[in-house]
Design a protein around this ligand. Structure first.
Ligand SMILES: NC(=O)c1ccc[n+]([C@@H]2O[C@H](COP(=O)([O-])OP(=O)(O)OC[C@H]3O[C@@H](n4cnc5c(N)ncnc54)[C@H](O)[C@@H]3O)[C@@H](O)[C@H]2O)c1
Length: 326
């Protein structure tokens, strides 16, 4: 860190990596992207040009860490590389914010958990955080406050959907480890409770689903304090990015709508609901969540502990729950 300016490296220049590069450059004070690791050289160059960033670029995380001094890295490579990249960061003592999931199997998650616990003992603070960004999404944060206020009584039941527009190569198990993992973490965090039960219902698959992939799926589950959850996960909905969550309380209903709009229904009153266009992916809906997450994470690089950022343990727990049905 020079002059209080954090030197950040980004891994992956796809949808999420280029997003993080943009937010770090435009929206996060005191942080500069000084390196980008991405094996696709032409993509790397076009992303740097698009956001007018001049920095060193590399093919791999390891080359980047050998080539430049960094205060932290943001990992946004495909899921299958996360476990290895986290191990590299832990072994070199480099703080990282890694996109979800922590890993693709519970076995890898458990190995990372043991390494992270050892590192916590050695370094005295968590080096690895995970990009479960709904914890930083203003509407979800507001709903958490509403739950904790007790204003509407206890939450009884939750109905949630996460539906992506197109995921051309997704496999059945990735609907769980790549998409449903958001619901698993968000509901643990929102309710401050652990999952006690999870089942998957599979039915008719969409014609847009890749050959052999079950898409959509419906999850039914329960939290240890009795809240029942029904969530559908759809990777190829073809109509527009659609994330919703409806919580039924003892004295009302709260909805986080597709555009992050919050509707509170109580006392026989339902507020007006304007029409809007759906996005092609998650970037527009969750932009502020990504920025807030990066601001919190860069705070940890300056020594501020975070209560909200997901840890390796959160990532392991999410995979443990999904492993019941994988
Ligand atoms: N938190 C969220 O809201 C959210 C949303 C979407 C995706 N994600 C996660 O973000 C990650 C990236 O997703 P995406 O949609 O940007 O994917 P993407 O396919 O658009 O981009 C991935 C990029 O990583 C590059 N890459 C491949 N191997 C690499 C390696 N070893 N090192 C560095 N770069 C490598 C690829 O060339 C590609 O450009 C995934 O793990 C995904 O699960 C998170």
């Amino acid at each position: 860190m020079t002059d209080n300016n954090l030197r950040i490296g980004v891994v992956g220049a796809g949808v999420m990596g280029s997003g993080h590069l943009e937010y770090l450059t435009q929206d996060v004070p005191g942080a500069t992207v000084v390196a980008l690791a991405e094996p696709n050289e032409s993509l790397r160059q076009s992303v740097l040009e698009k956001f007018d960033v001049t920095c060193e670029s590399f093919d791999t995380l390891e080359e980047m860490l050998d080539g430049v001094e960094l205060d932290g890295v943001v990992i946004a490579s495909p899921d299958r590389f996360h476990a290895e990249s986290i191990k590299v960061c832990l072994s070199r003592g480099i703080p990282a914010l890694c996109e979800k999931p922590l890993a693709q199997t519970l076995e890898d998650a458990e190995e990372l958990s043991a390494l992270a616990q050892q590192s916590l003992k050695d370094v005295g603070r968590p080096l690895i955080h995970l990009g479960f960004m709904r914890r930083f999404d203003p509407p979800f944060v507001e709903v958490k406050k509403l739950i904790e206020s007790g204003e509407l009584g206890e939450v009884l039941y939750i109905n949630a959907s996460t539906r992506n527009v197109a995921s051309p190569h997704i496999k059945s198990e990735e609907l769980l480890t790549n998409i449903a993992i958001h619901e698993v973490d968000t509901l643990r965090w929102l309710l401050s409770d652990e999952w006690s039960d999870l089942t998957v219902l599979a039915g008719r698959s969409a014609s847009a689903a890749p050959e052999g992939t079950q898409d959509p799926i419906v999850l039914t589950g329960r939290m240890s304090q009795g809240v029942v959850i029904v969530a559908d996960i759809f990777a190829n909905n073809s109509y527009g990015y659609d994330v919703r969550c409806e919580l039924t309380f003892e004295h009302g209903v709260v909805r986080v709508g597709i555009w992050g709009d919050i509707t509170v229904v109580r006392n026989h009153e339902h507020p007006a609901h304007p029409a809007f266009e759906l996005g092609e992916n998650w970037i527009a809906r969750f932009r502020q969540a990504y920025v807030n997450e990066l601001v919190e994470w860069t705070g940890t690089l300056r020594g501020t502990a975070s209560e909200s950022l997901a840890t390796v343990e959160d990532g392991r727990r999410a995979l443990e729950v999904l492993d019941w049905v994988l």
